[in-house]
Write a new protein. Structure first.
Length: 154
């Protein structure tokens, strides 16, 4: 893979991180201050918690792209980065899954079914990313095992 494609992905990761950071710094506090119904405040405050594993996963993705740039994608460091991304995805999905009953309660109070759909998307998208990271991690681990067996036979 050439550096241009990883450079594009690094830029996407940086922009995604900046957008979420701006949401955490500007939009969420403004929403917490100006919301007229007290029920949305815990939801908005609770959105800060999954931001922590999100930024950890972004950093690990950036690190993984650096390993790809240095032609060390098939290494234990990339397996470790993918494992951390997997755990971050699972934890983000679990945190939103824990909040789903409250999101359901808010959707019933406001008669807003879109809020529940948004909660489901925020729950299952990180889990899908975690499954994808687990599959890639397993493939890299198998490739490393095969490589070490071939190195022993030569």
């Amino acid at each position: 893979m050439n550096r241009g494609s990883t450079l594009f992905l690094k830029i996407v990761i940086i922009l995604l991180g900046l957008v979420v950071l701006a949401l955490c710094i500007f939009v969420l506090p403004n929403g917490i201050r100006t919301t007229h119904w007290w029920g949305y405040r815990p939801l908005l405050i609770g959105m800060y918690i999954p931001a922590i594993p999100f930024f950890i996963a972004l950093f690990q993705g950036f690190k993984l792209l650096g390993l790809i740039d240095h032609n060390t994608a098939f290494s234990m460091q990339s397996i470790k980065a993918l494992k951390i991304i997997k755990y971050c995805g699972i934890s983000i999905g679990a945190l939103y899954a824990i909040g789903l009953p409250y999101i359901y309660y808010l959707a019933q109070q406001d008669d807003a079914p879109g809020v529940m759909l948004l909660g489901l998307i925020f729950t299952f998208a990180p889990i899908a990313i975690a499954v994808f990271a687990a599959v890639i991690q397993k493939q890299i681990q198998n490739a490393l095992t095969l490589k070490s067996e071939n190195d022993l036979t030569v």
